[in-house]
Design a protein. Sequence first.
Length: 341
Amino acid sequence: MSIAKEDANAGFKNSEEEKMPLSALYEKVASGKLLRGATVLTTTRPGSAVSSVAHLPFDRTFEILGFTSEQVEEYVQKFTANDKIAREKIWQHISSNINIYSLCYIPVNCFIICSCLLQVLMFYSGSDLTGVGLPTKITQIYKKATKLFFYKHNKKFRDIPHSREEIESDDLPPEMEEEFKRLGEIAFNGIKERRLIFESNEVQELKNSDLFHRLPDRQTGPLKHEAQFCFIHLTMQEYFAAKHVTDTMSDAELRRFVSDHIEKGEWQVVMQFVAGLLGDRDELSIEIFTDLLPVTTAEIEEWKLMIEKVRDDSQPRTLTCWPTRGKIFNTDVNEVYFRDH
């Protein structure tokens, strides 16, 4: 719909009985000349129709839907602008790994993945990067990324150089362990209650965590507002929820939890992270998960999946892979299903 400016609609009376073009009716309702006090919610592309109602006072909210394939590559180029070798290494790694690539259309995920991969390469600064192995599993990336973010933003640790062994180790400093434990509780309860937004009293000492984003305050009464927070992205909340599950449940509790939640949509990504975290443990732990998977699945060579990853709309597709030991990350992948975003 084309919204005309106010002067173009001046010839029509401010009356509900008056016949007028839709654009004129919209302008009169939005400006309060008709249906005074009504709330008008308008969805529009930011670059076109918004300018035509700029003379009207209104609140504006933008939603970033995601990167195209070309924009993912552009983001990697800008993220590693001063290091051509790292740029080529990271882009080759992302573009050839369908599980990682499919997450990168979400800008904050692209930031998380690039931050992790670049830091891994920085540990080998000054040496040949040809043989440097980068993490291929999403869980590995999130484990490293959360530690990197903590070290970078925590006052006690941010000015101290950290080794590759520290980042790769499963051992956490007491301060990090305590913060991650609290984040896990909040994340798990949020998924359980289907909540993405948390009130100030729920996050308390975690308000300044770099893993939280502060939202606009919520009005709770006359001249009274309350702060609201959310994780920087839903996948970060899902990762910490999975960490809470694997850190706090016994084998019997884990088996029951996975059995009860594996087919529930809101827990799907949590389950993938749980599988990834269990995969780093002994064989018995991962069997808790794999015993519940189908006996057979459709097997497709990876190259056939890769040639389909870029469609006409250049929007990556998500391949859901359940982490297992062995060949799932080598020549073949076991296809559970495709989901278009």
